[in-house]
Ligand binder design. Structure first.
Ligand code: PLP
Length: 384
C-alpha cells in the first residue's frame, strides 16, 4: 500500500507498526535493548544512533504524516531544532529567522549561536519582504513558524519556499502549532519540518519529544550531527508516543472544530475585546491560512476587556487549567506576559502586541458548551 494514497487516520493508526511475529499481538512490541549484535546485521543498532526498532519504525509514521522520505525522533522539540540548525549552519553561516518564534528557539539562537560563530537575523515582521530583506550572501537557512505564538500570525509558506529556492537557501518550519493534521509544509515546497512532539503528537501532556522530517539526503546530514549531540528519545517514550499518535488525527480534528466554535463565540462576547484565530474571517491572513492549512488549528488567543483582571480570570476557571504547555486533550490557558514573554520589557511586549489582557487558549476535546460555561462563570465572578 502506497503511503501517499492512504488517509490521515490510517497513517496515524498503522504506518510504522512493528509486527509482533512471535505472539501476534495487536500493537508494536517494545524493544528496550540498548545493545544489539554487530555480526551479520544490516544495521548496527544503538539508541543514540536513532535506529532501535521502535525509533526506526515510528519515524516512518512521522515521515508518512509529513509526506517526506524520512524522519527522526528526538528527546525534545529543542533537541530536534538544535540538531537541525547545527546540521546546516557552521561558523560564518547566517540564519534568517522569523521574529515571532517559540521562546526556547529564540534562547538557543541568542545564547548558543555566538559560541559557534553562526550569524543570524530576526526579521522585522512575518511578510515575505521581511525575510527577503534579511537575507545576506552567507545565508544558508530560512526558518519560519506559522501559525505563530501567541498572536497566530500566518506566514506565506509557499512564498518563503519559493524565496529560498530562488536564492539557493534551504527553508525549515516549526510545524508544532498546526500539526500535520492541519498543515503539510513539504507539499508547499519547504525543505524541512520540525515538531515539538511534546504537543499534538503526544497530545496527553505526559510526553516530551521532538521530530524532524525531510528528504533522505537532509536527514542523513541531521543524523550525522544528531549522533554526536545525543538527543535521542528512550524507547519507552517512543512506544508511548506511537500509542498517542494513533489518535492524533481524531484528537486534533476534534480540537480544531472546538477552537473554531469558541473563537466565534469569544469574538461576539461583550467582555472580550479581541480574538486572534486564523479561522475567523476578520483575521488579516484568513485567506492565506485557508489556502495553506487543511484546518485552522486548535490554538487561539483573546484579550479580556480592560476592566477584568486576567490573572483572576484564569484562577477562577474550574475546568480549564492555567498551564505552561499546550496541545493536550484538556483545554488550558496561559498569560504570555507571565510565561513565554516574561523576559521582555513592557515596552518590547507593547511593540509586539502582547498585552497583560492577552490569554492564550489551547483548546481541548471537552464539550464546547462546558468550556463556554466555564469561561462565562469566571467572567461573571470577576466582573464588578
Ligand atoms: C514547545 C515548543 C517547542 C519546544 O519543544 P520542547 O518539546 O519543549 O523542547 C518548539 N516550538 C514550539 C512551537 C513549541 O510549542
Amino acid at each position: 500500500m502506497s503511503k501517499k494514497k492512504i488517509g490521515l487516520n490510517t497513517i496515524c493508526t498503522h504506518v510504522g507498526e512493528i509486527k509482533d511475529e512471535q505472539f501476534k499481538g495487536a500493537v508494536s512490541p517494545i524493544y528496550l535493548s540498548s545493545s544489539y549484535e554487530f555480526f551479520d546485521v544490516d544495521v548496527k543498532r544503538y539508541p543514540r544512533y536513532f535506529n532501535t526498532p521502535n525509533q526506526e519504525f515510528l519515524s516512518k509514521k512521522i515521515a508518512a504524516l509529513e509526506h517526506t522520505e524520512a524522519a527522526m525522533i528526538f528527546g525534545s522539540g529543542m533537541a530536534a531544532i538544535s540538531t537541525m540548525f547545527l546540521a546546516f549552519l557552521k561558523q560564518g553561516d547566517h540564519l534568517v529567522v522569523q521574529n515571532t518564534l517559540y521562546g526556547g528557539t529564540v534562547n538557543f539562537i541568542k545564547e548558543e549561536f555566538p559560541k559557534y560563530g553562526i550569524e543570524y537575523t530576526f526579521t522585522n515582521g512575518y511578510k515575505v519582504e521581511d525575510f527577503e530583506e534579511a537575507i545576506q550572501p552567507n545565508t544558508k537557512l530560512i526558518h519560519i513558524e506559522t501559525p505563530s505564538n501567541p498572536l497566530l500570525t500566518i506566514t506565506d509558506i509557499k512564498a518563503i519556499a519559493k524565496l529560498g529556492k530562488s536564492k539557493n537557501i534551504l527553508t525549515s518550519i516549526d510545524n508544532t502549532f498546526a500539526s500535520p493534521v492541519n498543515q503539510n509544509p513539504i507539499d508547499l515546497g519547504i525543505d524541512m519540518v520540525m515538531h515539538s512532539a511534546t504537543k499534538y503528537f503526544g497530545g496527553h501532556s505526559d510526553i516530551c519529544a521532538g521530530a524532524v522530517a525531510s528528504t533522505k539526503e537532509h536527514m542523513d546530514r541531521i543524523w550525522n550531527v544528531g549522533k554526536n549531540l545525543g538527543g535521542s528519545l528512550s524507547d519507552m517514550t517512543v512506544w508511548m508516543l506511537e500509542r498517542s499518535m494513533k489518535t492524533m488525527g481524531l484528537r486534533v480534528k476534534a480540537q480544531t472544530k472546538n477552537a473554531m466554535k469558541l473563537a466565534k463565540w469569544l469574538d461576539k462576547h461583550p467582555k472580550v475585546s479581541r480574538v486572534y484565530y486564523p479561522g475567523l474571517k476578520s483575521h488579516p491572513e484568513y485567506k492565506l491560512a485557508k489556502s495553506q492549512m487543511t484546518g485552522f488549528g486548535a490554538m487561539l488567543s483573546f484579550e479580556l476587556a480592560m476592566d477584568l483582571d486576567s490573572q483572576r480570570f484564569q484562577k477562577e476557571l474550574k475546568l480549564i487549567k492555567p498551564s505552561m504547555s499546550l496541545a493536550g486533550i484538556e483545554s488550558t490557558v496561559l498569560s504570555p506576559h507571565l510565561t513565554s514573554h516574561a523576559l521582555l520589557t513592557q515596552e518590547e511586549r507593547d511593540k509586539v502586541g502582547i498585552s497583560d489582557q492577552l490569554i492564550r487558549f489551547s483548546v481541548g476535546i471537552e464539550e464546547v458548551k462546558d468550556l463556554k460555561q466555564d469561561i462565562e462563570q469566571s467572567i461573571n465572578k470577576i466582573s464588578k
